[in-house]
Design a binder for this molecule. Structure first.
Ligand SMILES: [Zn+2]
Length: 130
């Protein structure tokens, strides 16, 4: 869809416009939470948060997520992600093999994640549903 066609669809359909606005707000909230998280929390907890958010969206296992792509998501070098994922894996929370991730212990991964995960998920569910 072109940008012009998208803008026209938003102008002509108030329900679609509300949905777009709610998604935009959810995305802005998520970005703001990520900025705070990147400044305040450990790489392991940020890694756990990113894995949970990906798990929420993909809803299947295993899901494809390379350490390289996760390093882009977290804004760190890939070897740092390998170390953080190793901590989570040795704790029995995830299993990583060949760019695929399996969440072995979701409650444990949630406990390892920073509190921002719950805040972001609650905001997103409030705005756009689960
Ligand atoms: Zn955090």
């Amino acid at each position: 869809m072109s940008a012009a066609a998208f803008a026209k669809a938003v102008d002509r359909n108030p329900a679609f416009a509300r949905l777009v606005n709610r998604h935009s707000l959810a995305l802005f909230n998520q970005a703001a939470q990520s900025v705070a998280c990147n400044r305040l929390h450990t790489l392991e907890s940020r890694c756990a948060r990113s894995l949970l958010m990906t798990h929420d969206r993909i809803r299947m296992e295993p899901f494809v997520l390379t350490h390289e792509f996760l390093s882009y998501m977290l804004g760190v070098h890939r070897p740092a992600v390998t170390l953080a994922a190793g901590v989570l894996q040795r704790a029995g929370l995830i299993r990583c093999t060949r760019g695929k991730v399996i969440v072995m212990d979701r409650p444990g991964l949630e406990a390892a994640s920073c509190a921002r995960y719950d805040t972001t998920r609650a905001n997103s569910e409030r705005l756009i549903g689960s």
